[in-house]
Design a binder for this molecule. Structure first.
Ligand SMILES: [Zn+2]
Length: 73
């Protein structure tokens, strides 16, 4: 089982708003970025459906403001 707040690919925190009680009322970072479809297709089906990727695995760090990427380390 994969926790909804962990990246299914690398196990790091994905900072998904939906999985965080503190920020679940805020729009998730994943709404503001565009993830390369090739990255999603490279995942196993169970990885795709279990949880959000972390921004690093989704290769969207360059699309996020610095403040939100600092929370990921
Ligand atoms: Zn990851």
């Amino acid at each position: 089982m994969t926790a909804p707040n962990l990246c299914p690919a690398c196990g790091a925190r994905n900072n998904c708003s939906m999985a965080s009680e503190q920020i679940e009322d805020q729009p998730c970072w994943c709404y503001s970025v565009s993830i390369d479809p090739q990255i999603l297709q490279a995942l196993a089906p169970e990885q795709r459906n279990s949880a959000c990727l972390c921004p690093r695995c989704a290769d969207v760090l360059s699309q996020l403001p610095p403040a939100s990427t600092q929370q990921l380390t």
